[in-house]
Design a protein around this ligand. Structure first.
Ligand SMILES: *Cc1c(COP(=O)(O)O)cnc(C)c1O
Length: 367
């Protein structure tokens, strides 16, 4: 009997994606093995944390890396680092920001539910522009002696009120404002690991529990050495605002192994498999005649990764919501997404053996 059965919690066939509320991702056996090995010994956490960060930075060709317990923790840590820098007294004073720069600039249309993490360090968010419009001149005008950092949410880059990062970086560099990019769910493609740093971003945040397929509570901060050092110094077991974002030796080992595996993967093949899976599901579901079925890529902002082919299903006899709810009530639950009257399946977290189950469940619940 597994722990989920014991607790009476249904497992999920995940046609949605690497989403925290349904478990993030599933770890490879090699990652679990690294975690098990790590669990057998005592070790100085600071020494391990730094050594693993240094190794991952080398692997990912970044100046430096700090492992976190998630990309949201990365937002909090990066903000604390930009506010207190490498001053140990200031670090202990947070979230009281008296005597420190504490304004975080961001485009209004980049506001996301995760940005509450910015406030944990005592930062004040300054929104720039309107939901549907912003211009570089407004960013420049918002910079003052209290500005601590600029926060950019990569998945909102294509929104109407957004500005491309390369247009903003020179303005922010000129005034010495560190740029932090939230790229939590921007993998694949693998090239996104270095993309924002090449543009000149100072820190870039990734989730370890999404496509990196590390422990669900893991993440990476990549970038500038002095700022990463400030993140490192703020991390548990050291005392600072991030003491409550503890990272354990098993997670450090797990994400380290997961990064190695991520770099070994043949993404061309993986994309091919995802495309095949979506085409198979679309063809099979279409055969029943009870829905309009198509494949395609998401083009609305905020849906990441956008480059994986999805299946879109518009039921003919029921609403998409009714079908979606029926799928959730099954055991195992079938998780999909729902967008504009269509059920959406993302193959990213499915394995071949689950395809028939998901097709049968959808066909069986369309009428
Ligand atoms: C998932 C996500 C996060 C949070 O990542 P965790 O690793 O779950 O903390 C933050 N920002 C964005 C844009 C995300 O998609």
């Amino acid at each position: 009997m597994n722990i989920y059965k014991q607790l009476g919690v249904k497992t999920i066939i995940n046609g949605f994606g690497t989403v925290s509320k349904i478990g993030g991702s599933v770890m490879a056996p090699e990652v679990l093995q690294a975690m098990t090995e790590a669990s057998k010994h005592y070790v100085e956490i600071n020494t391990l944390h730094r050594a693993a960060g240094k190794y991952i930075a080398e692997l990912l060709e970044s100046e430096a890396c700090c492992i976190t317990c998630g990309a949201a923790a990365g937002i909090a840590l990066a903000t604390a680092a930009c506010i207190a820098r490498n001053d140990p007294v200031k670090r202990l004073q947070l979230p009281n920001v008296e005597g420190m720069k504490n304004e975080v600039l961001m485009l209004k249309c980049h506001r996301i539910l995760y940005d509450q993490a910015l406030l944990l360090s005592g930062a004040k968010v300054v929104e720039i522009g309107a939901t549907s419009f912003a211009m570089p001149e407004q960013v420049e005008a918002a910079i003052n002696e209290k500005t601590a950092m600029f926060f950019y949410v990569s998945e909102n880059e294509s929104m109407r009120g957004s500005i491309e990062l390369p247009r903003l970086i020179p303005i922010l560099k000129k005034r010495d404002v560190p740029v932090v990019v939230d790229a939590a769910a921007e993998l694949p493609p693998r090239s996104n690991i270095s993309k924002y740093q090449k543009m000149g971003a100072d820190l870039v945040l990734f989730s370890g529990g999404k496509e990196l397929r590390g422990p669900q509570s893991s993440g990476l901060i990549l970038g500038r050495k002095d700022l990463v050092e400030a993140c490192q110094a703020s991390s548990s077991p050291n005392y600072s605002i991030a003491r409550s974002m503890k990272i354990d030796k098993e997670t450090i080992a797990g994400i380290t192994r997961a990064v190695e595996l991520f770099l070994e993967k043949d993404y061309e093949k993986i994309y091919e498999t995802w495309t095949k899976m979506s085409n198979f599901m679309a063809t099979e579901i279409d055969k029943c005649g009870k829905a309009f079925v198509r494949t395609g890529f998401p083009h609305e902002a905020g849906i990441q990764p956008a480059n994986i082919l999805r299946v879109y299903i518009q039921p003919k006899e029921k609403t998409a919501q009714e079908v979606y709810d029926r799928l959730l009530s099954l055991d195992p639950q079938i998780y999909t997404d729902i967008r504009g009257g269509e059920i959406v399946i993302n193959p990213q977290c499915l394995n071949e053996s689950e395809l028939k189950s998901i097709v049968d469940a959808i066909v069986g619940n369309l009428s």
